[in-house]
Design a protein around this ligand. Structure first.
Ligand code: CO8
Length: 260
């Protein structure tokens, strides 16, 4: 499929999706959200792809937010619909994807951009990255899950302050907050992220999918995460990856996981 707003590269077992609207600092308009949804859906089905990296094109921005020009004349119903559709197609979709998605934050991650990074399974930032939820400066609140995921990641008090002040934080502060896992020079960001992705890609994909599901269960209403873990743990015993992993250990060799 041909995309206008994103680029997709594949390297070994890793797919890299680059949001490619540099003139708008990679702002998320509707077509970009739809393209990201369709690309992620296709990559989820590709067995050879084990890990997905999300990044932004250019040196300035990961994603500078939802495209403000697109919704500046919206009314309440249109605003709610845009937020609900976006959450369904992209933000919740990523969180619940059974393949790891890593956000490589190469510059500004603001508003919907930070929300995109937060919906990813974890985040790595370049030293120049700046992160924030500036929606209240526009008379809005975060609408792509930011009011929920930011407190989950950094705690309620810090999230309140970031959302109320609308101020950006540096990559180093994001690291101390636990919002990102690593901070590296921009020139090393992709290689560093790919290195972590490769480690993940060599492990059992069936087990990783179940680990994502079990961890996410802690953030879903009405689901007991411990019960979900037990269910997913039990299911692992039915996989070829389990047989391969335990056999390889006993035979003192490296496991070759097929992801089945
Ligand atoms: N949307 C649309 N265009 C954008 C956006 C954006 N979010 N951010 C930057 N651009 C455009 C600029 O308009 C400019 O375009 P042009 O050259 O045609 O004027 C171009 O990108 C370059 O931007 P600047 O000239 O402003 O670059 P600076 O280096 O001076 O500033 C900043 C960089 C600080 C990142 C600045 O661009 C900025 O503040 N951008 C807006 C950040 C923001 O407020 N983001 C939050 C948006 S709201 C949001 O994300 C809500 C999410 C929930 C939505 C739910 C559904 C409704």
């Amino acid at each position: 499929m041909n995309y206008e707003n994103i680029l997709i590269e594949k390297e070994n077992k890793i797919a890299i999706i680059t949001i490619n609207r540099p003139k708008s600092l990679n702002a998320l308009n509707k077509p970009t959200i739809e393209e990201l949804h369709s690309a992620l859906k296709a990559l989820e089905l590709e067995k050879e792809v084990r890990v997905i990296i999300l990044t932004g094109s250019g040196e300035k921005a990961f994603v500078a937010g939802a495209d403000i020009k697109e919704f500046s004349d919206f009314n309440m119903s249109e605003g709610s619909q845009l937020a609900a559709k976006g959450q369904e197609l992209l933000f919740d979709f990523i969180q619940n994807l059974n393949k790891p998605v890593i956000a490589a934050i190469n510059g500004f991650a603001l508003g919907g951009g930070l929300e995109l990074a937060m919906a990813s399974h974890f985040r790595i930032a370049s030293t120049n990255a700046k992160m924030g939820l500036p929606e209240v400066t526009l008379g809005l609140i975060p609408g792509y899950g930011g009011t929920q995921r930011l407190p989950q990641l950094i705690g309620k008090g810090r999230a309140m302050e970031m959302i109320m002040t609308a101020e950006m934080i540096t990559a180093d502060k994001a690291l101390t907050y636990g919002l990102v896992n690593h901070v590296v020079d921009q020139t090393e960001l992709l290689d560093f992220t790919k290195n972590i992705a490769n480690k993940i890609a060599n492990n059992s994909a069936t087990a990783i999918g179940r680990a994502i599901k079990s961890i996410n269960a802690n953030y879903r209403d009405g689901i007991n995460g411990f019960h979900e873990e037990i269910k997913n743990f039990g299911e692992c015993f039915e996989t070829e990856d389990f047989t391969e992993g335990t056999t390889a250990f006993i035979e003192k060799r490296k496991a070759e996981f097929k992801g089945t």
